[in-house]
Design a protein around this ligand. Structure first.
Ligand SMILES: NC(=O)c1ccc[n+]([C@@H]2O[C@H](COP(=O)([O-])OP(=O)(O)OC[C@H]3O[C@@H](n4cnc5c(N)ncnc54)[C@H](OP(=O)(O)O)[C@@H]3O)[C@@H](O)[C@H]2O)c1
Length: 247
């Protein structure tokens, strides 16, 4: 497991947006960021789940989060731009962006992949992070120490049979991360971009991918948070364009 002990105030006064914040790894990351002082913007498609995370953060006495309901499957370019405007009006900048939301899609040989399903996975997992990054980069540039984290997967670094559009979408995410790591690495060095592979983690996506597996063999989302904290806080200031593993 990634060996990093985050200082309690690691993310004090930082504004961090987490996609897919209502469940699984995104929920754990949103709560961990808030527990370390961040104001977290919870983005997701199921409002009741986002509200539950909001309530947990509020009950723990951490900085009050914000909720952004957005379905990455159907959102239009103007939805992203309006969201960026709202964040600018409320906070003036963004210090962190965790691209976490994703769907698994069909596990099957390429020749049997349903083209519509393929497009949906590519859109949610790869095009939506592009649209979101595009809209939010101006706000990230306003930060003195901003971090963009793209969630990858082992099959996004080395493809394995039957992982279909999911694997290809994660390769796209690795490419987008490399592009941005190069483009944003200017003389100010204030925005860094990396990919993070959580590794096998006990969530509903993992259960769908490996229905026969005993879930207890994998760590809980909370157990892999050291890597998520490290990459979001100032201790990773000089880490840019890297492929990190949480486990
Ligand atoms: N778990 C693992 O073993 C593992 C391994 C490697 C990589 N990963 C990656 O880690 C990340 C988190 O996965 P997880 O295991 O936590 O999965 P999960 O439990 O299925 O959670 C996925 C999250 O994404 C959200 N989401 C899905 N489609 C969306 C859409 N159209 N619009 C907005 N939000 C959407 C979901 O919202 P709802 O709750 O509303 O559905 C949910 O909050 C993903 O990028 C995944 O590829 C996971």
């Amino acid at each position: 497991m990634f060996d990093y002990k985050a200082p309690e105030a690691l993310l004090k006064d930082r504004i961090i947006l987490v996609t897919g914040a209502g469940s699984g790894i995104g929920r754990a990351a949103a709560k961990a960021y808030a527990a370390h002082g961040a104001t977290v913007i919870l983005l997701g498609r199921t409002i009741s789940k986002l509200e539950a995370v909001y309530d947990e953060i509020e009950a723990a006495g951490h900085p009050m989060p914000a909720i952004v309901p957005l379905n990455l499957e159907g959102a239009a370019v103007k939805d992203y731009e309006e969201m960026a405007m709202t964040i600018e009006q409320n906070f003036g900048r963004l210090d962190g962006l965790l691209h976490n939301a994703a769907i698994l899609g069909q596990r099957s040989p390429v020749e049997l992949q349903d083209p519509e399903g393929w497009n949906k996975v590519m859109h949610v997992n790869a095009t939506a992070p592009f649209l979101l990054s595009r809209a939010l980069i101006p706000l990230l540039r306003e930060s003195t120490d901003a971090s963009i984290i793209f969630t990858s997967s082992s099959v996004g670094r080395k493809a394995k049979a039957y992982w279909g559009a999911y694997a290809v979408s994660k390769f796209a995410v690795e490419g987008l991360s490399q592009l941005l790591a190069n483009e944003l690495d200017d003389e100010r060095h204030n925005v860094r971009v990396n990919t993070l592979n959580p590794g096998a983690t006990r969530t509903s996506m993992r259960a769908r991918a490996y229905p026969a597996e005993n879930p207890d063999t994998n760590p809980a989302p909370e157990d892999i948070m050291p890597a998520y904290l490290y990459l979001m806080g100032a201790d990773s200031h000089d880490v840019n364009g890297q492929q990190i593993n949480a486990q």
